[in-house]
Design a protein around this ligand. Structure first.
Ligand code: BTN
Length: 244
């Protein structure tokens, strides 16, 4: 088991590992209390959405998971992904990086993926995992990815970033749980990149095409397709009528 040590105070409990298979995996399987942050310098089997792999090389980026025990009915947990995205986007905005949010939980900079968020649940525990490209400057050619370093031309300290991001994600997830869903959706719209656009949404093997018209009060996406409105709670969005 890699050695973990506490990094910061702040109401959150930080644990930094030199290597894990997946911070989400550790957060889900370990007996960690509310407000624990599990971060790792690298991941051997980083998990992305839709069963994808999240490439997690050492010494460059942030990979971390926040442990929550939401006092909300399970049907409302999905909206916490929006809350986490808003917390992360506002944090980066305050650091001078103008990001956009792509429903349900991608952070983009100039159309390229800067960070992704993956929520996973087990029993009454919810884990909010985030991968943020920080100082990496080369990516596989097929990935439309970017990093804070490419966006700003400088290198970033990962420890401060981790403290600030985890703090804001925790704050906005708490606000969501305290009934401030509408305020969070309003914040989301300041950063949103898809509303009003023609989009394609991949859901399993099905692709729905239409216009992203709004977000529901619970954080779902309302898509209008051939005159019919659909409420989507998950899916992979591409902007434009064709899949990218
Ligand atoms: C996505 O596919 O966009 C979501 C990627 C989430 C990656 C992060 S890295 C930290 C945490 N641990 C994981 O295994 N995955 C998430």
């Amino acid at each position: 088991m890699p050695k973990a040590h506490a990094l910061f105070p702040q109401g959150l409990h930080f644990n930094w590992f030199s290597q894990l298979d997946s911070t989400n995996g550790e957060a889900l399987s370990g007996c960690w209390p509310e407000a624990t942050v599990i971060a790792s310098d690298c991941q051997k089997a980083g998990r992305g959405r839709l069963g994808r792999t999240w490439l997690s090389p050492p010494g460059q980026n942030l990979y971390f998971s926040l442990v929550l025990y939401p006092r909300l009915s399970r049907a409302h947990w999905g909206g916490l992904s929006l809350a986490a995205g808003v917390g992360a986007a506002r944090c980066l905005d305050q650091l001078g990086v103008a990001v956009n949010l792509k429903w349900p939980n991608d952070l983009l900079w100039q159309g390229r993926k800067l960070a992704g968020i993956l929520l996973e649940a087990r029993d009454d525990k919810l884990v909010v995992g985030m991968g943020l490209n920080v100082n990496q400057t080369r990516f596989p050619a097929q990935l439309p990815a970017t990093s804070l370093s490419l966006a700003t031309g400088k290198s970033w300290r990962r420890d401060y970033l981790l403290a600030l991001l985890a703090g804001e994600i925790f704050r906005f997830c708490s606000l969501w749980g305290q009934g401030q869903q509408q305020e969070i959706i309003t914040y989301w719209k300041e950063y949103d990149i898809i509303l009003g656009q023609e989009i394609s949404v991949l859901r399993g093997r099905e692709t729905l095409r239409g216009k992203a018209v709004n977000l529901s009060p619970g954080g779902g996406l309302i898509l209008e397709s051939q005159g019919v409105r659909h409420l989507l709670n998950s899916g992979e969005v591409s902007i434009g009528k064709c899949m990218e």
